[in-house]
Design a protein around this ligand. Sequence first.
Ligand SMILES: Nc1nc2c(c(=O)[nH]1)N[C@H]1C(S)=C(S)[C@@H](COP(=O)(O)OP(=O)(O)OC[C@H]3O[C@@H](n4cnc5c(=O)[nH]c(N)nc54)[C@H](O)[C@@H]3O)O[C@H]1N2
Ligand SMILES: Nc1nc2c(c(=O)[nH]1)N[C@H]1C(S)=C(S)[C@@H](COP(=O)(O)OP(=O)(O)OC[C@H]3O[C@@H](n4cnc5c(=O)[nH]c(N)nc54)[C@H](O)[C@@H]3O)O[C@H]1N2
Ligand code: SF4
Ligand SMILES: [Mo]
Length: 710
Amino acid sequence: MATASNGKTIWFKGACPHDCPDTCATLTEVDPATGRAVSFAGDPDHPITDGWLCAKVRPYLERVYAPDRVLYPMRRVGPKGSGQFERISWDAALNEIATRWQAIIAEYGAAAILPYTYSGTLGTVELNVAGSRFWGRLGSSMSVGDLCSGATRAAVTATIGGNYGPDPRDVLHSRLILIWAHNPASTNPHFVPLMREAQRHGAKVVVIDPRRSKTARSADQHIVITPGTDAALALGMMNIIFSEELHAEEWLERHSLGWRELRERAVEYPLDRVSAITGIEPDVILALAREYATTKPALLKVAQAINRHVHGGQTVRAIACLAGVAGQMGIRGGGLFTSTSSQIQFDDRAVTRSDQYPPYSREINMIQLGANLTGKVADPPIKSIFIYACNPVAATPNSAQTVEGLMREDLFTIVHEQFMTDTAQYADIVLPAATQLERVDMHVPYGHLFLQYNQQALAPIGESISNWDLMRRLSTAMGFTEPWLHQTADEVIDEILTATAKINPRFDGVTLERLQREGTITIFEDGYVPFADGVFPTPSGKMELKSQAFADAGVNPLPDWTPVAEYQSDRPGGLIVISAAPHHSVTTSMSHQPSLMRKEGDPHLEINPEDAAERGIEHGMWLWIENERGNCLLRAVITTDVPPGVTICPKGRWAKLSPGGRTLNWLISDKVSDIGMQATFHSTLIWARPATPAELGTAVPERDMALAGD
Ligand SMILES: Nc1nc2c(c(=O)[nH]1)N[C@H]1C(S)=C(S)[C@@H](COP(=O)(O)OP(=O)(O)OC[C@H]3O[C@@H](n4cnc5c(=O)[nH]c(N)nc54)[C@H](O)[C@@H]3O)O[C@H]1N2
Ligand SMILES: Nc1nc2c(c(=O)[nH]1)N[C@H]1C(S)=C(S)[C@@H](COP(=O)(O)OP(=O)(O)OC[C@H]3O[C@@H](n4cnc5c(=O)[nH]c(N)nc54)[C@H](O)[C@@H]3O)O[C@H]1N2
Ligand code: SF4
Ligand SMILES: [Mo]
């Protein structure tokens, strides 16, 4: 499997597992004498990775060999949350889990057990297979809802049939690139060189974002918009396009549903109204609408930020519809690019083996974890939670309630982790998790169209174990003997590829053996453009501008705009806070890695000089940030990168490494979006002022860490 190079070291092909659209192809160099990885790099032969990795993952070996990795099973010995653990054997850990679970099942049924996982890894085996088969067999409750992209998925599925995005390299054919609520310079880095090349060849790059992001800084035009008003902008643009007859009438007539009704809806968004809502000058909106409708091809690239609002579903729908109205769908270099994750679809039954067990006993909304653990869910109550590949204390809304729930004496909490995170701290049993170099997996990217394999480069370090191997061990401990609970990762991949080839001709000849040999497999031919034939995988086969799916869900079938209620607070002095992606970590993964956090600086709040002056805030000061849900301490970064009234607090800090022991997620509500059961992080208002000495107390240790931008 491995490629020998100079006889001394061996290279292994892998895939970056993190939640990032780039799914980079990696190369790990291992010294066979010691079995240690000695270098880690991007694959130069991969068309998107192009031989380089982002700043976050370049030091991956630091993570693999970190002195603070969790390497052995541990049992809590101190009070809950105290972080006091003793090492135990795997046999003891599995025995305790099986015994406790059997007792819970006997008294309450398996629905009292809740698996909780999210995006620590995006591998098919480690996320999707490990997240379904064992739990289905156990008959546990299942977490539903989404921290990331639920409203987007609901909106694009209703409109165009799924997450069908183009090959990112097709941006080289674009003449206009509209980057809407997206910061690829941090969050989709391998798209950026492609976009720059298009820009050098004359394409214009426009960024619509409340803040001057890294991406906005090098755009040709940055349009500053009031957060949560994007649906009004999209509808206003459609109104201009329709009224000036710049819409693609012939295409709409043949390939869409409901364009005349949408035209009526758009009339409700005249220029003056849209300008007042969005804070954008009328002539800027007018020029943008005309330019977008008349420049072909124009790529509309949107990520997840706008779906993390209370009306996220309608907002994404409005933007998606705009691409159809302007006649940009189905053309190379044009189209809508939210995600490519639906492009490569496996036979789902082969992944989950859902034909082998009854439907999950109960669905539990994962966004409201704290509420569910503290009584919202009662019949039966959640008696045990099994958390893996995620860090809900730091990444899920309403952290105070999450902690309250995890402190319950009668809750049996197991956390499978690589590090002693804010969440692992509250476990009764901690189990050691393998990293990507220590396991096999297969990856479907959400930002390009290649299928990737991840070879195992290293033996698991310490007594760590992959997610799927853990499910196999749990199956044995629970006495489950079905073969589909005991296959190796490669056997699982083989089964999935074989089953998929029978239903999807693109998988002809895509075998495990080929995947292992080549590492990266091309599933789509050069020149493939989604919807080039005007056919959409929606119920009508058309682009659904009027959506029955939304109507069925009790949401307006035509896109519309609704103000964010929380922004309309009667209490003066509120500031909108957006927890955008940090440059040096992926949410809370890596937020404890010293080399990366030195670059990220102290947990901070970017605030406009006007807002700072009004509140007596000086650059570098520690601030008391609060709202009715909670509070935390952040350092002030005064910058004109954010407009008055809007602040940025990069997401993903660890509470236990933050002064005061809390993060912004103590202030985030667990409300869900209009559709798609999505968390609404960005629909948040906060109040900020200098922290008093009493509030700071001893919270800020004697150190002077760098501040972002210093
Ligand atoms: N305030 C605010 N909060 C947010 C957001 C926001 O915009 N604002 N964004 C949200 C978004 S978009 C997302 S996707 C979520 C992400 O939230 P989470 O899914 O919780 O992801 P991470 O915070 O990256 O934590 C992943 C954890 O998994 C561990 N891990 C990695 N690989 C493995 C593995 O293979 N096995 C096991 N057992 N563990 C592993 C890592 O060490 C890490 O601690 O956060 C959300 N949180
Ligand atoms: N470096 C790094 N990369 C990551 C991640 C990370 O944490 N760090 N996280 C990964 C994950 S889990 C995800 S989901 C993706 C997210 O990828 P992105 O969505 O690109 O990242 P964000 O920073 O959340 O949001 C992008 C921009 O949207 C803007 N924005 C917020 N609200 C609004 C609004 O109402 N209107 C408009 N027009 N703009 C708005 C923000 O100011 C921000 O600049 O990135 C992935 N990649
Ligand atoms: S986080 Fe993204 S850009 Fe960085 S190595 Fe992983 S896939 Fe590539
Ligand atoms: Mo995400």
